[in-house]
Design a protein around this ligand. Structure first.
Ligand code: ATP
Ligand code: MG
Length: 208
């Protein structure tokens, strides 16, 4: 259970292709709710060559993450997954933070859609031994369904380590932003201005 005596930090993992206000609002809401000293944004590394889903090079995604967090003193970017060769497991990332910040409780922040995948994650039980999970609901998500069906299969002790939190409705997704760029539609106010400018400067998401 949450221990108010202990210091806590958050980890927000994602592809961040690109990072947007949905990610930033969620991290900020969770930070203030759980009194987190810092939230580390951890962009995923480049997928293996054979990966059928085209993801923008990790250097671009990492730089956009840095640009996005400059105005929040509690936010940091970590290149831990970007620096690794091959696929990174959330377990390894959380373990890295746990080892480097042993006096901190760790809260792994995800969207409610992503928490479903937790059930299929690599070393999920060990992962739940290492950290708490905060699943933020995004629009159109059936909260009750998540609690009753998807998470029910987890042992009770693990369920207690997962909190579901409602964040102000944000229908923003990276997929939607990439599509808008491709179609020549504005993306202003969906993500930080510096990230918007970076996307245009580097010609990202055009013809993709
Ligand atoms: P894509 O559309 O490419 O899947 P995405 O917008 O879902 O991108 P990701 O990088 O996949 O972004 O997401 C990283 C994390 O942020 C995931 O845990 C995801 O559930 C969460 N997330 C994404 N968009 C939102 C949003 N609008 N509100 C709350 N959480 C979000
Ligand atoms: Mg996603």
């Amino acid at each position: 259970m949450e221990n108010t005596e202990r210091k806590a930090l958050g980890i927000m993992g994602g592809t961040f292709d690109p990072i947007h206000y949905g990610h930033l609002v969620t991290a900020e809401v969770v930070r203030s709710e759980f009194n987190l000293e810092k939230v580390y944004f951890v962009p995923s590394g480049n997928p293996p060559h054979k990966d059928p889903v085209k993801v923008t090079d990790s250097q671009h995604r990492y730089l956009m993450t840095i640009l996005a967090i400059t105005t929040n003193k509690y936010f940091e970017a970590s290149s831990i997954e970007v620096d690794r060769i091959g696929k990174s497991y959330t377990y390894d990332t959380v373990k890295y933070f746990k080892e480097n910040y042993p006096e901190y409780d760790i809260y792994f922040i995800t969207g409610a859609d992503a928490i479903k995948e937790i059930l299929t994650w690599h070393r999920v039980e060990e992962l739940l031994d290492l950290c708490y999970f905060v699943a933020a609901t995004r629009p159109g998500y059936d909260l009750e369904d998540l609690k009753k069906k998807e998470l029910k299969v987890l042992p009770k002790a693990y369920l207690e380590r997962i909190t579901i939190i409602e964040v102000p409705a944000m229908a923003i997704s990276s997929t939607g932003i990439r599509k808008r760029v491709r179609e020549g539609k504005p993306i202003k106010y969906l993500l930080p201005e510096a990230v918007e400018h970076y996307i245009y400067k580097k010609g990202l998401y055009i013809g993709k």
